[in-house]
Design a protein around this ligand. Sequence first.
Ligand SMILES: Cc1cc2nc3c(=O)[nH]c(=O)nc-3n(C[C@H](O)[C@H](O)[C@H](O)COP(=O)(O)OP(=O)(O)OC[C@H]3O[C@@H](n4cnc5c(N)ncnc54)[C@H](O)[C@@H]3O)c2cc1C
Length: 367
Amino acid sequence: MTYDGVVIGGGVMGSAIALRLAQAGQRVLVLEKAIPGAEASSAAGGILGPQMEGEHDDPLFRLALASRDAYADFAAELRELSGVDVGWRRCGLLRTSAAGEDAGPLEARLAWQRQAGLPIDALSGDEARRLEPSLSPAIERALFFPDEAMVEPRKLAEALPLAAQAAGATFRRAQVRRIITEGNRAAGVELDGDRVAAGAVIVAAGAWTSKVEGCGIPVDAVRPVRGQMASLRGAGPALSRVVFTSRGYLVPRADGTVVTGSTMEEAGFEKRVTAGGLARILGNATATLPALAHAEVTATWSGLRPCPKDGLPLIGAGPLPGLFLASGHHRNGILLTPETARLLAKAFVDGRDPAELAPFSPLRFAR
Ligand SMILES: Cc1cc2nc3c(=O)[nH]c(=O)nc-3n(C[C@H](O)[C@H](O)[C@H](O)COP(=O)(O)OP(=O)(O)OC[C@H]3O[C@@H](n4cnc5c(N)ncnc54)[C@H](O)[C@@H]3O)c2cc1C
């Protein structure tokens, strides 16, 4: 069988793109070297926090905001198609600042986001503790973002391949060795001892994107940045909102556990949980919520973020006809999934990138 599109990588990006392409009537195959969703996509905190992450009002901020605001419908659609509740909640997010910390970054964010008309509140430490009573008394001020949200990444990573298959996409376990070209056009992929012909190829291989031979971008365009995480259970009153500090974050899960992270490490493709990494994230967690000192550590893990060289994701047509990329979403790939999938599928079907994708065109690396 010849496919209209072959997607390399079954993380949230590849699976969501396959879902949108299948819904658009395309015959699509996802090739995943391991288990769909088991890499960065399952390692994530699941914070949908564009206002927390955004330094300026720019195209990436607007893409992230649109993606956050698409999540309510996206989660409902995934539940309908896959039967999996991805745990989306508009829970709000607190960015706290403790005694002795520079309040400048919070003030700058408050100023530009107020000017842009975005919902944001400045709170005293006591006001923050009225929202989250277990916050440390050392917290002196906070920003509150009422529209920020969260999702459970492992459930999202489970739901997306099921939804894509329900819509008609096929998934196969295989490692892609290289992209095949015919007459200067992407025409399929080579696997170990096999070939798959396709009208087009979409590279959504996360931190491994630059390693896919023939993907058309330099090896340093997307690199892995390791993040370590821990899950904690059973310590005092439950947390209701995402809490961010200058050193990390805490995310409440529906089962009462708190997920905390994370590090940003240049460690190549080595996924490892280290003593130093854990000391940092647990130190931040217990300084922020002192009751967590008595919590049980139920799991630790790490994942590789696909970090783009210039800070912007790569979404859209690649340097060859029939070649597309959706990668480099770094710290915000869960957040950016709905809009990336929608826009990439539009680029694929229309044969040209929509205007919103111009700042993220992979061609900036190919030139
Ligand atoms: C610790 C941590 C915390 C994070 N927290 C958040 C958060 O709170 N909010 C947020 O929005 N984002 C967060 N992120 C970022 C987010 O997880 C990623 O940006 C997103 O998951 C990237 O999705 P992806 O599909 O591109 O990559 P991945 O999930 O890594 O998927 C890529 C897939 O491609 C496969 N693959 C690679 N090469 C090949 C090949 N040659 N052949 C076949 N298959 C191949 C891999 O096996 C993998 O499954 C976090 C990431 C980490 C690591």
